[in-house]
Design a protein around this ligand. Sequence first.
Ligand code: FAD
Ligand code: MLT
Ligand code: ZN
Length: 470
Amino acid sequence: MLDQQLLQALEQVVGEAGLVRDEQRLQSYLSDWRNAYRGKAALVVRPASTEQVAAVVRLCREAGVALVPQGGNTGLCGGSIPDDSGTQVVLSLTRMTQIRDVDAGNETITVEAGVLLQRLQEAAAEAGRLFPLSLGAEGSCTVGGNLATNAGGTAVLRYGNMRDLALGLEVVLPDGRIWNGLRGLRKDNTGYDLKHLFIGSEGTLGIITAAVLKLYPAIRSRTTAWVALPSSQAAVDLIGRMRALCGDRLTGFELMSRQSVEFVLRHVAGCGELFAEPHPWYVLIELSDTLPDSPLAEMLESGLGAAFEEGEALDAVVAGSEAQVAALWKLREGISEAQNHEGPSLKHDISVPVSRIPAFIAQADERLQQAFPGVRIVCYGHVGDGNLHYNISKPLGSEDAPFKAQAEAIMHLIYDVTAAFAGSISAEHGIGQAKREAASRYKDPLELELMRSLKQTLDPTGLMNPGKVL
Ligand code: FAD
Ligand code: MLT
Ligand code: ZN
């Protein structure tokens, strides 16, 4: 229940259209895409401008009410979901959808936090440019959420993650002041780079309302292939080979285990087998160039030819049309959705040094199968970033309850192996509420102490997305 006075004051700021109170309409803000997290909220507020966000933050701070920032609600760690007290207010940025400026000469675009990633990509294309961040949820996730989670995706090996694509931010601080850091500068060495504090902070330090982002030259040629491999080591060897041959033209290199692909074949309409027989591993390779007639096909042929000779590759399909390119990406991007149809699952978004991916997989697979026989390992990811989605589905035909009871032990086993390989327990999805306990266990205590003191400095009342990250 929300204090009536606060409710009226919020309504004065955002108008009736900016409040969601109806039980049915509230529901989509209160649980995540997988239905893995569910909370309650007193209200959802949807401000339409930075000034309105600032006013909402000030009012909630005065009333001692906690805020949960939310963009497209596609996050995978429960970061945008309120707790179950029913006292928190969800602050949705989805009405802040202005593209404020495109500066072609500076190769930048300035957008508000609620702009969908896909809309941003389209706006860049309309300006004859590329905005390279690309991920399966791009039709629903927002720029604010991408920044707050420092999102990665499938083009990081060439262009970097969201942190690498941001030049400036506008942020409403927990005390309601507006920090205008919307500088489109590629060089600015005037002390601490504050934008990096907010990028990846998952709504715990302030509310990102707008950003200046980098643009890149548009892509004019592309070659996409699906390649069958005998082992994950072959994927590491092949990415090294392709990089040496193509340099920056290698813009996608995604790894999928047979199990991952089988789930997609079973559950995602329009996806079919590409080869006569199953293979243990597959990679999706994408080469692209800003030149219209770049010799990408020849490069791919040369790289794959050598890989076949060395036994690194077993079979390959090269897309011959845009429709086939889309079909190959669907086979890859469909894994998250497909895994949902196989019952409860555990997501582990880990990273290790690229060279250690095969050893990590071997050790994690062996220890898991010994300790939890029958669990299904759905391993896939972004090889160039050393980032594996080492997800686990319950054993075929088993009840949900015993698997759920083992969840914590499975997670600790996988994170113990990750730690043994000097890896990270979150490569791109963040901590949210899902990995809070794990972060306190696996992250350097000194780093956690520094994080806590930054949180205390910026948000001394602790009203900004409490219960997340720290
Ligand atoms: P939300 O889910 O709404 O919020 C995420 C976090 O950011 C929360 O902590 C929230 O409080 C905070 N937040 C949101 N907006 C703001 C703001 N304006 N200011 C401050 N804090 C804010 N992620 C990847 O990195 N790589 C992938 O390849 C990838 N693939 C995915 C595929 C699928 C099918 C799905 C469903 C998700 C995938 N994700 C991936 C996860 C997700 O899409 C990203 O984390 C995305 O960046 C979240 O954006 P969002 O707008 O949905 O944020
Ligand atoms: C992906 O790369 O498809 C997502 O980040 C992984 C996931 O949904 O677990
Ligand atoms: Zn991913």
